[in-house]
Design a protein around this ligand. Structure first.
Ligand SMILES: Nc1ncnc2c1ncn2[C@@H]1O[C@H](COP(=O)(O)OP(=O)(O)O)[C@@H](O)[C@H]1O
Ligand SMILES: [Mg+2]
Length: 253
C-alpha cells in the first residue's frame, strides 16, 4: 500500500482538484484507491459527491478513538472516499496534548493496509498537526504550486517542514515526489520565465507535466465528479492523465 500526501499551506492552489483527479486516474488503471479527506472544509468530500454537512465520522475518529477508518464507495469504480466534515477541526486541537501526536494518522491507516493499493491524502491548507500526521503516514509528498507562488522562497516553509519530518526522525522515509504547476498559463512570457527560473532553482523536483487553468474543473467539482471522469476528452482530463503517469513513475522507488 503506497500512501501519498498532496500538501501546500496555501489554499486554492488545486490540492483537492489534483487529489481527486490523480486518485480517479489511478482507479481507472484498475488500482484500488482510497482518497482521504484530511481537510475540515470537506472540499474533497463535496468534489466526490457527498455533502460534508452529512458526514458524521471522519479520519479524525479513526485517529483519536481507534475506530475503523470510515470509507465509502464513490461513483468512480475502484475509488473509495474517507470523508471529512467540520468535526475534523476538533482533531487537530485534541491531538496537541497527546504523546506521539504526529503518528496518529499513520497508525489509523494501518487498519486499511491490504485493502488498497494507493491511499491519497488531501491535506488542509496549513502546516499544522493534521498535515504533519499526513506526512508522517506517507512515503511520498506531491506539492501543487501556482505560477504566483512559483519561487523557491514561496516553497521554503513547506520544504523546511519536510526536512524536519525526515531529519527529526518522524518519518525518515518521506520523499518529496515532485512539485507540479497548477493554473499554469503558458500564454504570458512572464509566466514562462518564472517557470524556467524555478526549474533552474529546484531542478528535477519540478515535474514535467503541468496543469492548466481549465473551466472543466469548476464544472466537474459542481457535478461531484473529477474532470478525468466527468469530461474525459477535455484538456483538463488529458493533463491529469499525463500527471498520473508521472506520479506513477516518481512514486515507484
Ligand atoms: N486547473 C484548474 N483550472 C481551473 N480551476 C481550477 C483548477 N484547479 C482547481 N480549480 C478550482 O479552483 C478552486 C480551488 O481549487 P482546489 O483544488 O479546491 O484548491 P485547494 O484544495 O488547494 O484549496 C476550486 O473551485 C477548483 O474547482
Ligand atoms: Mg482543498
Amino acid at each position: 500500500m503506497r500512501i501519498i500526501t498532496i500538501a501546500q499551506q496555501k489554499g486554492g492552489v488545486g490540492k483537492t482538484t489534483s487529489t481527486v483527479n490523480i486518485a480517479a486516474g489511478l482507479a481507472l488503471k484498475g488500482l484500488r484507491v482510497l482518497a482521504v479527506d484530511a481537510d475540515p472544509q470537506g472540499s474533497m468530500t463535496l468534489a466526490l459527491g457527498t455533502d460534508p454537512n452529512e458526514v458524521e465520522v471522519t479520519i479524525g475518529d479513526a485517529m483519536l478513538s481507534g475506530l475503523p477508518v470510515p470509507t465509502q464507495a464513490t461513483q468512480v469504480p475502484g475509488l473509495d472516499l474517507c470523508p471529512a466534515s467540520r468535526l475534523l477541526a476538533d482533531t487537530e486541537f485534541l491531538l496537541v496534548p497527546k504523546t506521539g501526536r504526529e503518528r496518529f494518522m499513520a497508525r489509523a491507516l494501518e487498519d486499511v493496509r491490504g485493502e488498497y493499493d494507493w491511499v491519497l491524502i488531501d491535506a488542509p491548507p496549513s502546516l499544522g498537526l493534521i498535515t504533519i500526521n499526513s506526512m508522517v503516514a506517507s512515503q511520498y509528498l506531491f506539492v501543487p504550486v501556482t505560477p504566483a507562488l512559483l519561487s523557491a522562497a514561496g516553497l521554503r516553509d513547506l520544504l523546511q517542514t519536510v526536512e524536519e519530518v525526515r531529519q527529526g526522525g518522524l518519518n525518515p522515509k518521506l520523499l518529496l515526489g515532485g512539485i507540479f504547476v497548477t493554473f499554469a498559463d503558458s500564454r504570458t512570457v512572464a509566466a514562462r520565465r518564472t517557470e524556467s527560473e524555478l526549474r533552474e532553482d529546484l531542478g528535477d523536483l519540478i515535474m514535467e507535466n503541468t496543469i492548466g487553468r481549465r473551466i472543466a474543473h469548476e464544472y466537474a467539482a459542481q457535478a461531484g465528479l473529477p474532470a478525468i471522469i466527468a469530461d474525459p476528452t477535455s484538456m483538463a482530463a488529458t493533463e491529469y492523465r499525463n500527471l498520473v503517469e508521472e506520479v506513477l513513475q516518481r512514486a515507484n522507488k
